[in-house]
Design a protein around this ligand. Structure first.
Ligand code: ADP
Length: 673
């Protein structure tokens, strides 16, 4: 007799917590979120029916603390726990503790998790079950001498992998005997640091394989089905960024063999719930090898949902309740093609280094039956050092691969993010690359094509510069209008009268390497501006409007263009369809506070940064605009000037201090005060 789940606790955060809450709500199941102190205002907390604080920001003290999470579930009288992916999702002890506390764990049995959790043991198990594995060494003898011998037996190049690994961490390639001990030491060090377990295994390093995986589902009644395959070959640092279903261009025999192997693998551990069997495929000889089984929902599960029309989370809950799978193998069908792009806060030009910061302005494409956006963050949220830097997943479906790719490209063009650097432009370039369009996919794709995929820092195009300046003009216009509304006699700027007035705005492109300020001539005419750029480009009649969410809509000589725009102090940020975030500095604003009007007696930080130098000492008498300190922000130095004449009273920070935007830096006794 199946039990009915009525209230579920989601032991996760971010997009996956939001996604699970969505299905639970649809099924009429009450939801309980858990959150850390850093996530008080997070989307998943607001989306759930109730939410429980489980600890401070570091995951080890909150999202990874199984005892606290179980206590929260009991306190909220939840009857089930969904672990999402990551955190406790593949922790057998946690699954066991849930059962011990009378909670339904939405996932496989602790025994299945254990059997697949140790990669080396899983490979041995798979070999027994007749599933092909990459030639390698998966033994317990971890002496360096033995490992070196095994590496020579396998034949170079050899991949050294942490046995307890995940997320591509700690994997090292040894090209030859000479490299082996260096690779081994470094893999062991990273494994110990990341997983608290320095055991490794060795594998033949395959040249440019494809990563193809099969989605499986089992119930507690002995049925195991597959839900087709996915290609996840587009990876950086051995981690996926684009995934699609079905995997393009595989022969029917290969597909059939992989599905059968996946089901055999799942059956060998009596698998219940959603699971993924990952394989490496060498298309040249049609061989495939078991890589690992993930005993949970995958990040990329939406592509499978889009081709099958099924809700995998609903299936997970149903199976956890003890019910049979809702469909038999021959009733599960797939239509069309789906592809997912993972938008990460990271810097593709610096080896995909994760970035942190505040998402100042965010615009996602409108959801439709063929475009899905899974995200756990929005404007004003922080991408912090504590958690995964995933901002959103954008997923598109089409009747075939080219139409799915086109739709995803368009959706990414409508995705604009300001504040944190992301891989959005990089993803768009992958999507547009000829090799990708032709589905010539393998795990070395990004490395091989990196020159074409990483954007060079080139000066912004004329249109982009014009958009930056128009945003400023629109903002000023709106401000003038609102103060005119308060007091009509305030509207006294010459250019607001019905006659033409001219000004020059000096803008420096802060993204380009050698940035010098460009002078842009602006002529104000009634209801419009005309712009003349240094390179000779002219826009005779431009107009626009800036919405409160940062959406800038302008008309450049009849060409309507849209962008996301924001300003903090002298810095303008702009995101256009190309996916890149542009930064400009407006010279006339460099001495002013965060919202334009400089404050007498106080100098505040126009942007987050580090105090790089003091140019005067407390007690010094300064004139208005005297440089007083240097703030280093985003690898650039910004001179901050005295807001008015006076005497410097105090510097509130020390040299080298990190300061937040808006922080009070210097106090003055203004002249005459
Ligand atoms: P993790 O669990 O850390 O993500 P996996 O074993 O799943 O590690 O491998 C991640 C990726 O690393 C694969 O998708 C593939 O790109 C690469 N990789 C793993 N093993 C091999 C191998 N033997 N040869 C070549 N590439 C490999």
């Amino acid at each position: 007799m199946p039990t009915l789940v009525r209230k579920i606790l989601i032991a996760n955060r971010g997009e996956i917590a939001c996604r699970i809450i969505g299905t639970a709500r649809r099924l009429g199941i009450a939801t309980v979120a858990v959150y850390s102190e850093a996530d008080r205002h997070a989307r998943h907390v607001a989306a759930a029916d109730e939410a429980i604080l489980v600890g401070p920001a570091p995951a080890g003290k909150s999202y990874l603390d199984g005892a606290k999470i179980i206590a929260a579930a009991k306190y909220a009288k939840a009857d089930a726990v969904h672990p999402g992916y990551g955190f406790l999702a593949e922790n057998a002890d946690f699954a066991e503790a849930c059962a011990g506390a009378g909670l339904v764990f939405v996932g496989p049995s602790p025994a299945s998790i254990r059997a697949m959790g140790d990669k080396a043991r899983a490979k041995a198990l798979m070999a027994e079950a007749g599933v092909p594995i990459v030639p390698g060494y998966f033994g317990d003898d971890q002496r360096a001498g033995r490992l070196a011998e095994e590496a020579s037996r396998i034949g170079y190049p050899v991949l050294v992998k942490p046995s307890a690994g995940g997320g591509g961490k700690g994997m090292k390639i040894a090209a030859s005997t000479e490299d082996f001990s260096t690779a081994l030491d470094s893999a062991k060090r990273e494994a110990a640091a990341s997983f608290g377990d320095d055991r490794v295994m060795l594998e033949k390093y395959l040249a440019a394989p494809r990563h193809v995986e099969v989605q499986v589902f089992g119930d507690g009644h002995g049925t195991i089905v597959h839900l087709f395959d996915r290609d996840c070959s587009i990876q950086r640092r051995h981690q996926k960024i684009l995934e699609e279903a079905p995997a393009p261009g595989l022969s029917d025999e290969l597909r059939k063999a992989m599905r059968a192997a996946a089901i055999a693998a799942a059956r060998s551990v009596a698998y219940i719930g959603a699971g993924t069997i990952e394989f490496l495929v060498t298309p040249a000889d049609g061989a495939f090898y078991f890589l690992e089984m993930n005993t949970r929902l995958q990040v990329e599960h939406p592509v499978t949902e889009m081709i099958t029309g099924l809700d995998l989370v609903a299936w997970q809950i149903r199976v956890a309740e003890g019910a049979r799978l809702p469909l038999a193998q021959d009733e599960i069908t797939a239509a069309g093609h789906a592809i997912e792009a993972r938008i990460y806060a990271e810097d593709p030009a610096r080896d995909f280094l994760p970035r942190t910061g505040s998402l100042e302005r965010v615009a996602f494409p409108p959801a439709s039956p063929d475009v899905r956006v899974d995200s756990g963050v929005g404007a004003g949220d922080e991408i912090s050092i504590h958690y995964d830097p995933l901002v959103a997943k954008v997923i598109a479906h089409g009747e075939d691969r080219p139409s799915a790719l086109r739709r995803l490209g368009h959706a990414l063009g409508e995705t604009r993010i300001l504040g944190v650097e992301t891989n959005l432009g990089f993803l768009r370039r992958v999507l547009a690359h000829a090799a990708f369009l032709e589905a010539r996919l393998d795990t070395s794709f990004i490395e091989r094509h990196s020159a074409a995929l990483v954007a060079e820092a080139k000066p912004a195009a004329a249109e982009v510069l014009a958009l930056a300046v128009l945003g400023l003009l629109c903002e000023r216009d709106a401000e003038a209008r609102s103060s005119a509304m308060l007091d009509p006699w305030n509207a006294r700027d010459a250019w607001r009268l019905n006659e033409a007035a001219e000004e020059t705005i000096h803008v420096r492109d802060a993204t380009a390497q050698e940035a010098h300020a460009e002078a842009i001539r602006v002529v104000h005419t009634p209801g419009a501006w005309s712009l003349a750029l240094a390179d000779g480009t002219q826009y005779f009649r431009s107009s626009g409007a800036l919405a409160a969410d940062g959406t800038l809509r302008v008309d450049l000589d009849g060409h309507r263009v849209e962008a996301l725009w924001m300003r903090s102090g002298p810095e303008i940020r702009l995101a256009t369809r190309e996916g890149e975030q542009h930064r400009f500095l407006v010279q006339s604003l460099e001495a002013r506070g965060p919202h334009g009007g400089g404050q007498t007696g106080r100098l505040t930080a126009p942007m987050p940064g580090r105090i790089a130098a003091f140019l005067v000492a407390p007690g010094a008498e300064v004139a208005a605009n005297t440089p007083v300190l240097v703030l280093e922000a985003m690898k650039m130095e910004h001179m901050l000037r005295a807001p008015s004449a006076g005497i410097v009273r105090e510097f509130t920070f020390s040299l080298g201090d990190q300061v937040a935007e808006g922080a009070l830096l210097v106090t003055f006794d203004p002249d005459g005060a």
